[in-house]
Design a protein. Sequence first.
Length: 88
Amino acid sequence: MSFIENKIKYIDLITDFQQNSEQILPSKLSQYQLLITLILALLSFASVALTLINRKANFATYLTSASVASVSIALTSIYACNFFGVYI
């Protein structure tokens, strides 16, 4: 291809992109991502603290506290990685 044919193809691709593309908008949830991350972090620390305090309680209470702590720690790490990965 010659230079002019490449230029025409490039211009055609630009016009095709401008006419047929749509804007990508962020979700409503991403506006509150910092707040969700902080709440999950506080929940995870509170759950771990309650789990360590209630070690001598019955097994169901201990298991419930431990599962809430592990789920909240996992969600906190996911949200924190997404938040800092996008904005750093």
